[in-house]
Ligand binder design. Structure first.
Ligand code: AMP
Length: 278
């Protein structure tokens, strides 16, 4: 598997592929690779002939008090895992390649970026839409694959690609989970051994809410009760646990309309996020 670090080198490899008639899939990541990332590589491989994984810990999506410096970085291991899963190119640019001196342009998806995650992580979604729009324009892939695990992010990216007329098809891939339902995440390593057995409770909570809401129950008291139970079982803080319209992430419109349960909660130093279809 080849590694390229400049936009130009990536575009040259893609141009060679295009001359043979190959289609191209793109999987943006920040590394710290786990089975969730590898599932995206496989989905991309089902929809394209050549798959590019990108590895870039994007500084613009971290607030100053977040974990940019501590974020797991192991390029050799990530490279090997991406290759085994079927990627043929790794684009791992240095920061200056993506944000050269004087870079001032941001891509902001109004509305969607201010809800939920946007209330707690003000930089995050604008940082993501900025870097992902750049990666999509740089690669001009046929498809790009993102995880449903970051559901609001996926909705923001879909909207950004549509609004900017980026022709790449955006695909969402299902969340890959641990044995107890905990959604895999590079940040799960921030959980201590004592905290880890409790982490699956977030998934249990949203599963119960999704089931009861689908059966017609009012989600508001369910979410309030789930929040109390999470705090009682050792979660430090629940940022939100809520049922929303699955497309707009605004208020859920009730039985028969698309719903999504979304939650974010702190267990020790780890901020866990998860979501489920109603
Ligand atoms: P990250 O490296 O955490 O920025 O994630 C890169 C991509 O992998 C994003 O599209 C995530 O939504 C996706 N992803 C992260 N965790 C999972 C998971 N457990 N299952 C499926 N996709 C995931």
């Amino acid at each position: 598997m080849r590694v390229v670090r400049s936009i130009n080198d990536m575009r040259n490899v893609i141009a060679d592929w295009r001359r043979t008639g190959a289609t191209v899939g793109l999987v943006p990541t920040m590394g710290g690779v786990h089975a969730g990332h590898l599932s995206l590589i496989r989905v991309a491989g089902e929809h394209s002939d050549q798959v590019i994984a990108t590895l870039f810990v994007n500084p613009s999506q971290f607030s100053l008090d977040e974990d940019f410096d501590a974020y797991p970085r192991d390029e050799d291991k990530d490279l090997q895992m991406f290759g085994e899963a079927g990627a043929s190119l790794l684009f791992a640019p240095p920061i200056e390649e993506i944000y050269p001196n004087g870079h001032v342009t941001k891509v902001h998806v109004e509305g969607l970026s201010s809800l939920l995650e946007g209330k707690f992580r003000p930089q995050y979604l604008t940082g993501v839409s900025t870097v992902v729009s750049k990666l999509l324009i740089q690669a001009m892939a046929d498809v790009a694959v993102f995880g449903e695990k970051d559901y609001q992010q996926l909705q923001v990216i879909r909207r950004m690609a549509r609004d900017l007329d980026i022709p790449t098809v955006i695909l969402g891939a299902p969340t890959i989970r641990e044995y107890d339902g905990l959604a895999m995440s590079s940040r799960n390593r921030y959980l201590s051994a004592a905290e880890r057995p409790h982490a699956g409770r977030l998934f249990s909570a949203i599963s119960d809410i999704a089931r009861a809401t689908a059966e017609g129950a009012d989600p508001i008291p369910l979410c309030n009760a789930a929040e109390r139970r999470l705090i009682e079982s050792g979660f430090r803080q629940v940022d939100y646990i809520t049922v929303r319209d699955a497309n707009t992430l605004e208020q859920y419109r009730g039985p028969g309309t698309p719903g999504r349960v979304l939650a974010a909660a702190w267990l020790g130093k780890a901020r866990l996020i998860d979501n489920l279809d109603v």
